[in-house]
Ligand binder design. Structure first.
Ligand code: G6P
Length: 368
């Protein structure tokens, strides 16, 4: 029957809370003890994947941000050169396709006009083949692609995408591991990531339990007109996604920057009226991120940091820290997405906007 909000005030909140289950569902039946089952992508996947020398990923909106994260994974774990582009730019460019390139589209709906047009262009542009990672069975994108991997997010009603995004990331990590396996990715690393993936739903539930604390933080944003999101590496796209969520549903102007670019412009905007949000998993870029955060603080900017529980970083005047459970570093982009979704949600509720149906936006953009 028709999707219902159940006990939740909005579909978006319900969909945020569904993430542990739908990520488990996206993993279901696709892993064995020895790794990812490549046939999950289609009968021809083994052959096409083994021939791939590089990857082009094309998508729009939130799905594009998932593609940006995948670039870090594919290069790091599978050694595959990867390009990621929004479909509306890709389709009007004179794209040069190197031999052995796999074409990948990402889409919740499978009906986004630009993404579909990009696939149709790619079909006669010399690609090895096409893969769609999509949430709607039988959609145009799924019907027209050589290979498919369905995300198992279930119907997503909120216009601002949440569970579709994190299930796309999960699917993209499966894709990375499938390609990595054929390209000599260390077996111990594979196993560690797969073990961590199996434990991910439980960790995500722990993050969702921080909802009350995130709601408290959200009060600081209700009167603000701007916000800046910072991240490095695979968390730069997560910062972009955090900023997009805030824009879409709270109508606060938000920008995301790679933390290392702070001094090349956005620092000029930082003052006490510009809250700065950052994700700080305990990775190799942490020390660099910390010095960026000090620069913000020195200009009076109020900081909101989502940090690994093991990170040595302390709350002080103007610095709010929210600790997240430790997770294998391959999975941090998924884990750190959740508090940003919840933050935007609570800011929007405080502002009284139409959370599930933001003004001027559509769930699926089926015309150019
Ligand atoms: C619209 C939606 C976004 C979505 C984007 C791409 O802009 O509001 O939430 O990310 O389309 O949609 P797709 O269905 O291709 O993922």
């Amino acid at each position: 029957g028709a999707a219902s909000k159940g006990e939740y005030r909005h579909f978006m909140l319900k969909e945020i809370h569904e993430q542990p289950q739908v990520i488990a569902a996206t993993l279901e039946g696709r892993l064995s003890e020895r790794g990812v089952l490549v046939k999950s992508f289609g009968a021809n996947a083994e052959v096409l994947f083994s021939r791939a020398k590089q990857v082009h990923i094309v998508a729009c909106g939130t799905s594009y941000h998932a593609g940006m994260v995948a670039r870090y994974w594919l290069e790091r774990y599978a050694g595959l050169p990867t390009q990621v582009e929004v479909a509306s730019e890709y389709r009007y460019r004179q794209v040069v396709v190197p031999e052995g390139t796999l074409f990948v589209t990402l889409s919740q709906s499978g009906e986004t006009a630009d993404t579909l047009a990009a696939l149709r262009f790619a079909q006669h542009s010399g690609y090895l083949g096409s893969l769609a990672i999509c949430n709607v069975p039988g959609s145009s994108l799924v019907r027209e692609s050589d290979l498919t991997l369905m995300t198992q997010a279930g119907p997503e009603i909120g216009v601002a995408s949440t569970k579709a995004f994190t299930t796309q990331l999960t699917a993209l990590l499966l894709f990375t591991l499938a390609l990595g396996k054929q390209r000599g990715m260390e077996e111990a690393r594979q196993t560690a990531i797969i073990t961590a993936l199996r434990g991910l739903p439980t960790l995500l539930s722990q993050v969702l339990a921080l909802d009350g604390q995130i709601e408290t933080l959200s009060a600081a944003f209700a009167e603000k007109h701007h916000a800046l999101f910072l991240g490095r590496g695979a968390h730069f796209p997560i910062a972009l996604e955090g900023a997009l969520k805030l824009k879409e549903i709270s109508y606060i102007h938000a920008e995301a920057y790679p933390a290392g670019e702070l001094k090349h412009g956005p620092l000029a905007l930082v003052d006490s009226e510009m809250p700065v949000i950052s994700v700080a998993p305990n990775d190799e870029l942490l020390d660099k991120l910390k010095s960026n955060l000090q620069e913000v603080r020195a200009r009076g900017g109020e900081l909101f940091v989502f940090a690994d529980e093991q990170v040595a970083i302390n709350a002080e005047e103007g610095v709010h820290i929210l600790r997240l459970p430790h997770v294998d570093e391959a999975l941090t982009p998924i884990l750190y997405t959740l508090p940003l979704q919840l933050l935007s949600y609570h800011v929007a509720v405080l502002k009284g906007t139409d959370v599930d149906q933001p003004r001027n936006l559509a769930k699926s953009v089926t015309v150019e």
